[in-house]
Write a protein that binds this ligand. Sequence first.
Ligand code: FES
Length: 287
Amino acid sequence: MRNPLSKIEVLEDADRLDRIASPVRTGVHALPLGPLRDALRGRWQGHPLHPVLVQTPIGAWASAALLDLSRGNERAARLLVAAGLATAAPAALAGAVDFADQLPEQERVGVVHAAANTAAVALYAASLAARNKGRSGRLLGFAGLTAATAGGFLGGHMAYRQAAGVNHGQPVPHLIDAGWHAVGAPEEFPRGSAVRRMVGEVPVLVVRDSDSPGEVHALADRCAHLSGPLSEGEISDGCVTCPWHGSTFRLADGACVAGPSTAPQPAFDVRLSDGLVEVRLRQGQAH
Ligand code: FES
């Protein structure tokens, strides 16, 4: 039997969708959200907020569909449809903010995911209008739930197949052997410059502090957001900023101080031993 996912993978390569994705991305970046942008991303809770916010509209609409199917209380069904519409707005805004910092293949699926959910909102709005006029909004509601389910399926593909929104630093503790690893002589690390070294299979960013030259910091080099190369990013104010979407991590401990990443960057202890700089995955991060 043909894998149904292969159809979705066609979407990933459909570069015609870039004509929609590009202006949407620009428009979302231009929104004057300030600190609300990182709040909507979910940096405060350590993982994306969008999947949490979608629970309410989907739950409300699924409950309305059960009432409609069982010819239950129409007033309750109408209230649930309205509640789903009201709570879809913040869920959509959080999703749009996430969408604006993705890789092209993720964006393309994201465009269709958003289109399905927009169709769901339109159908439920029409369903509510019909109910408010005393007409049946059941069929429109069922159509809305079908569209929302398709949107949810595509959202699942983005999260679990395309790894959008996951912590790309998570594998690091499983790829690095315990203990200290030499990464070079001190003179190989100029002050305030990013240097990339390999520890086994894992690229590591090593930076000698520009204010305290005796201090050397080391973080996993692949960004927790989508694996961008931090060693090609900008070093300033004790932080490194990812060149791909601008996530900013504190060099001292890997804390994420600005999104789109919602996860910290794996950090290493650093010492000088036998004339070499050595790094060891910081305790609490080793598996
Ligand atoms: S890969 Fe997106 S911010 Fe680093």
